[in-house]
Design a protein around this ligand. Structure first.
Ligand code: SF4
Length: 191
């Protein structure tokens, strides 16, 4: 089987790629118009490409068009679960287009290695998008490989981002870090 593997970033590519490539032909599709800002998009892409070139992995980059993401999530500003679902649908939809163009039979995503993503939503969206395109969705939960992906990406000195990708996720992550810093300050002052 030839699989189009949607990849969100270099660290998340490592383990899912190895697992799938052991059984299938794999073409990696970098389809991530959700990433903000453009410099961050390029940094993640170049991290992934650096590894892929070294390993001889085939990668296709879909055009970076943040307006696509904005259109996809409009109306979900107050519902982060619905926003993420629309974001998965957009990225997997773009990957399905490329999968058909390059003669793939199946679709998968590296998003399933992350313990921070809604795995049920990814599985539901992946199945729907793949079926609509006449592809098989490989619903593989790679989360047990996340510690190894973390270890390898650190060892390789890969860039590891600290937010999911979109502007709201950047703000949410910064707010969480600030709240942890405030808690630490409070504990220190009390101790
Ligand atoms: S948090 Fe991540 S998955 Fe959700 S909309 Fe933002 S970039 Fe997409």
């Amino acid at each position: 089987m030839r699989v189009a593997l949607h990849a969100c970033c270099g660290p998340c590519l490592l383990e899912p790629f190895d697992a799938l490539a052991a059984e299938h032909g794999v073409v990696v599709v970098y389809a991530n118009p959700n990433i903000h800002p453009a410099a961050e998009y390029r940094h993640r892409r170049d991290t992934l490409l650096g590894y892929a070139v070294e390993q001889g992995i085939e990668v296709v980059e879909m055009p970076y068009d943040p307006a696509l993401w904005i259109r996809a999530v409009t109306g979900f500003e107050d519902d982060s679960a619905a926003r993420c679902r629309a974001c998965f649908e957009l990225r997997l939809g773009l990957t399905a287009i490329e999968a058909l163009r390059c003669g793939c039979d199946a679709l998968a995503t590296t998003l399933t290695v992350s313990p921070y993503q809604d795995q049920d939503a990814i599985a539901e969206v992946g199945e729907r998008v793949a079926t609509a395109a006449g592809l098989v969705y490989l619903d593989v939960d790679f989360r047990d490989r996340y510690p190894e992906a973390t270890r390898r990406s650190r060892e390789l000195g890969m860039y590891r981002q600290n937010y999911c990708g979109c502007r709201p996720s950047e703000l949410e992550a910064e707010a969480e870090r600030e709240s942890r810093r405030a808690e630490r300050r409070l504990r220190r002052d009390q101790g």
